[in-house]
Each structure stands twice: as structure tokens, then as C-alpha cells.
Design a protein around this ligand. Structure first.
Ligand code: HSE
Length: 314
């Protein structure tokens, strides 16, 4: 039997929602798991990249052995029903840029998990899949929208469960994902974060998170301009993302720009804007990075409302 699962990219944090807000985007990885008949072949993992947006260097960051995150996710699922994965061939067709803050690791975890769940006759329900995926990833903000689609707020509870709710992103607000050519591993981007933060910074983000929910629910643009601020992760990561500070500064005077935030752990940047003046906004981002000799790809995306789904079971 062979199962393929298509999983969307995700952007996380979105300003104030460090480790809890995430949104699915229409770029996809496809993970295929095949049961092989040859005994003793073990688990083989292959990654096939879309040449346009990934490069050979990027692929070195996906570990190709059984320790890889995709294998870990599959193994946890098998273990949850008292089994161990044996002869499996896992193939990842990668369209999501790697190590850019667009959920490429969450997508392979989720893809592997859902494909294995199909192979096994669906022993895990959505709650179990969310929980296993978060255990492997460490936080739920990318894996939850990768599984359920849309804009999602989620929490990782003490019992290992995930509580999530979907929010509606207003169609009027464009999301432009600005992806620089350089990479930033999430591990490095998390290593610069402090273990503790000042109480007033925690209060600042709690205020913005409440504002964010109200702003999307009521399409309140003025509130959203305040809500997209953050003091929990971005200030510490600025030094790892050349251009972010300058891009934010250069966009500050553009009336159509509602906010500019780091996508996940970076280095991609999200620009949230109204529909007018998009070309100018994109030109400002490109020019600012150009001045630092950094090339970038910019995509203006709608929210992907669908989460991961099996696209082929044979
Ligand atoms: N919330 C995570 C972070 C997303 O900012 O590190 C990246 O995995």
C-alpha cells in the first residue's frame, strides 16, 4: 500500500502569538509512504525538491535517516498502537522553502503522520495526530494549521493535548510572504530567546493577543496595527534577520501597510496590507534587501483554509 499526503506551508507567531498563532498558506509538501515488500530494507527517506524554490544546500538540512523528524512522527504513531515501523519508503516532494520560517518541518511531520495513519487504518483521531505532531515539533503553532487549515490559535496543554480554535482572517487584508535567499534554522533562532522575560513584556503581548482576536473578528484595521507588535521573540531575533528592522522602518510610513512581522522563527517576513499600493510595498521590501545584497522572492497569498489531506491511496 502507498499513501500520499499534501500538506500546506504555515506561518507562525504573526506578531503577538509566539508559539500559539499560526496560519496555513498555499504552498505544499507532499509526503508519500510506501510499504515495501523486501524484508530488511528498513526505513528509507528521500527528498525531491522543487528546483525553483529550494536548492541543494537547503536539502542538507533534512536528515535522511531514521532519526529524522518525519521518522520520529511515524514511529510515535506506530508505538501508540503497540507496533514498530519496519519496511517503509518515505518520499518528500518539497515545494516549501526550507529553514525560512514557513513550516517546512511541521509539514513533513504532519505529512508522515497522516500518511502512516492511513496505512494503519486510521487508528489516530485528529486530537491524537495534533498531540503527536506537537510532541515532535515542540510547539503547536505550525502543526495545528498544517493539520486543520486556516488561521488558528492553539495551546499545548499539560496533559499533552492541543486545544485550538479557528479565527477568520479578513479577505481585505493581504498577506505578502517575503522570503530571503538565506536560511535560518529554527534551532538557532530559538537559541537566542531568553528563558524568562520581563513581566511588562508578557503583559504587552497578552494585550496584543487579545487585540489580535478582536481585530480579525471585527476587521478593525486600527486595532490590528497595534496588535501586530511583539516583545517576546522579535526583538531578540532582529540580529539574525538582516533587513527586518530596516524593512519595518521603511514600511512604517506606507498608509496601506497594517503591519510587518517575522514569519515563524524567520527569516521570512510577512507584510499585512490593504489592497492598494501593493506593488510599491513589494518594491520597498525588495529594494531594502537589495541594498544588503540579499535576493528575495515575494508571494501574496490567500489563507489556505484546508489542512493536510491524503491525495492518493493505492
Ligand atoms: N513559534 C516558533 C518560533 C515557530 O517562533 O520559534 C517556528 O517553529
Amino acid at each position: 500500500m502507498k499513501v500520499s499526503v499534501k500538506v500546506p506551508a504555515t506561518t507562525a507567531n504573526i506578531g503577538p502569538g509566539f508559539d500559539c498563532l499560526g496560519m496555513a498558506l498555499p504552498l505544499y509538501n507532499t509526503v508519500t509512504i510506501e510499504e515495501t515488500v523486501l524484508p530488511g530494507t528498513g526505513v528509507e527517506i528521500n527528498v525531491l525538491a522543487n528546483e525553483d524554490i529550494t536548492d541543494e544546500f537547503s536539502l542538507e538540512h533534512i536528515p535522511m535517516d531514521e532519526n529524522s523528524i518525519v521518522y520520529k512522527a511515524v514511529e510515535l504513531l506506530y508505538n501508540s498502537i503497540g507496533q514498530t515501523p519496519s519496511e517503509l519508503k518515505i518520499t518528500i516532494h518539497s515545494e516549501i522553502p526550507i529553514a525560512r520560517g514557513l513550516g517546512s518541518s511541521a509539514s513533513v511531520i504532519v505529512g508522515g503522520l497522516i500518511a502512516a495513519n492511513e496505512l494503519l487504518g486510521r487508528p489516530a483521531d485528529e486530537a491524537a495526530l495534533l498531540s503527536i505532531a506537537t510532541e515532535v515539533e515542540g510547539h503547536p503553532d505550525n502543526v495545528t494549521p498544517a493539520i486543520v487549515g486556516g488561521l488558528v490559535i492553539s495551546s499545548y496543554e499539560d496533559d499533552g493535548g492541543i486545544v485550538y480554535r479557528k479565527l477568520n482572517w479578513p479577505d481585505e487584508w493581504l498577506i505578502t510572504v517575503c522570503v530571503p535567499e538565506y536560511e535560518l534554522a529554527t534551532e538557532i533562532s530559538r537559541s537566542v530567546l531568553p528563558k524568562e522575560v520581563p513581566l511588562q513584556d508578557a503583559v504587552f503581548n497578552a494585550q496584543r493577543m487579545g487585540m489580535f482576536v478582536q481585530a480579525v473578528n471585527t476587521k478593525d484595521e486600527e486595532l490590528m496595527r497595534l496588535a501586530l507588535k511583539d516583545k517576546l521573540h522579535q526583538p531578540y531575533r532582529l540580529k539574525l534577520v538582516p533587513g527586518l528592522e530596516k524593512i519595518s522602518e521603511n514600511l512604517k510610513h506606507e498608509e496601506s501597510v497594517i503591519g510587518c512581522v517575522l514569519s515563524g522563527a524567520g527569516p521570512a517576513i510577512l507584510v499585512i496590507s490593504k489592497k492598494n499600493n501593493l506593488d510599491k510595498v513589494k518594491a520597498i521590501v525588495k529594494e531594502t534587501w537589495n541594498e544588503l545584497n540579499i535576493n528575495a522572492q515575494l508571494y501574496t497569498f490567500p489563507v489556505e483554509q484546508n489542512g493536510a489531506k491524503a491525495v492518493g491511496v493505492v
